[in-house]
Every structure is written in structure tokens, then in C-alpha cells.
Write a protein that binds this ligand. Sequence first.
Ligand code: MG
Length: 263
Amino acid sequence: MGAPDSDAILKATAERAGRCAFFFDFDGTLAPIQDDPESVYPAPGIIDTLAQVSQRLGKVVIVSARPAGFLRQRFSDLPDVAVFGLYGLEVQRAGGPVETDPSAAPFVHVMRDLADRARAELPAGTLVEYKRISVAVHYRTAPQLGPEVEQWAKERANELGLRLQSGRMVLELKPPGQRDKGSVLREETEGLSCAWYFGDDVADLRAFAALDARAEADPDFLAVRVAVANAESGQALIEAADLHVDGPEDVPALLERLLAQTP
Ligand SMILES: [Mg+2]
């Protein structure tokens, strides 16, 4: 736990119970990172704790680089939780279908071809993850390939007019639209008086910034940034956060402290 005033934050949040939203990144935040992205699952206790949070404190929203279908499968025990996939380009709300942002639809064929090309052109040791409207290239099991993969990804981004986003041992090629975690945060906090955002990566700093902007526009709004941070995610995220925990395994304990204060 980072900030000395964490008790005050918990108390202020509990006072706003029912008017809050809790946003969570997935990989590295709710689920320990694995070499194989397909074998990543929520840490023990996460599902039960999120069920409690959504019943007693406010809505729970997952916002991740993963496809919405993958996230729904991992959170199948929490059908009321909205899952935003591909940084908000896809959403699946309670009981509804997966909806694709119209700005991303023209890129379906571009990404399919790009994934084929990545598999053909990148060296052994890279792992290509095809996500229908984006392509991620992982090099976690071969970190020495980072510069080569980055060069390839930069060239493809320029050639095809795509956005390039880097994460923890992964580079992701995305459609050029402005949809991102920040826009999800802005939309999903409308009419609320408090939001928490949990993230583990430098990419999550943008979501922190969106939360800052939301709070600046509304002095009564309580914004809480939580870094699920470690040596790999680095100091920048911890410094930008109000609270921090050391890993996904420690997220339930923080939320339990909050629930204990909630009437
Ligand atoms: Mg993450």
C-alpha cells in the first residue's frame, strides 16, 4: 500500500457507495502475466471480490487490450460486468452481443493479412496474437528480439496507417481511431461521483490522466488511481498513483479493506 492517506481514500469511497465505478485492466492487474497469453486467468479471489464490489459499491468495468470475447469467457461468473476489449473498440454489456466500434470495422481484413505476414516474417520466439481488429506481437520468451520486433512493427504501422502501442514485452498494431481506455473512462463515469482505475503498465498512465481530467471538471468527483506495480512496470506508474499493491494477488485484499468500510 503506497499513500499514507489510504484510509481517507477508502472512507471517502465508502461514503459514495452506489455512485462509483471500478475500472480494471486485465493482464498484470487482475491476472498474473504468463509466457503464453492464452493461459492467463484471474488471480485467486478476484471473481468473488469483484462480485461483492459490484453488488455493494458500484459498477465494475474491465477494460483491456484483449478481445471482448476472451474477457467475457474469463469473467463468465460475472455476467453483469461490462467488458471493453481492444482498448474500447469492442464492448459487451450484460446479456448483450459483442459490439464493434464502427471506426474499427474497415480494419478487419487489414488485420487478418497483417497477422499472416507477422507469422511469416518475424523470427522464431515471437508470438503473434490475432485479435480480429488488432494484432499483438509478443516477445516475452525472447526479450532479445525486442528491437527487431519493434522495427518491424514501426514499419508496418507507417505502411498501413495504424497506431502502434507498446506494453510489457508486447507491441500492438491497432486501427488509427481515437478510441482508447481514456474514452471508455469518460463515457462510463458520466453521472457518477467516484471512480477507481487499476492498472499495471505505462499504457495505463493515459487512463490515469483521463481520470485526472474527469476530477478536474468536477470538484466533488473522487478519482483514485491504483498501480498494481512491480519492478517490470516501473516507477512512473507508482509515482502517478494514489495507492499501490505489488501484484494481482494483492488486489482482493485492498478491495476487502474498502468493503469492510462500506455500510
Ligand atoms: Mg496490463
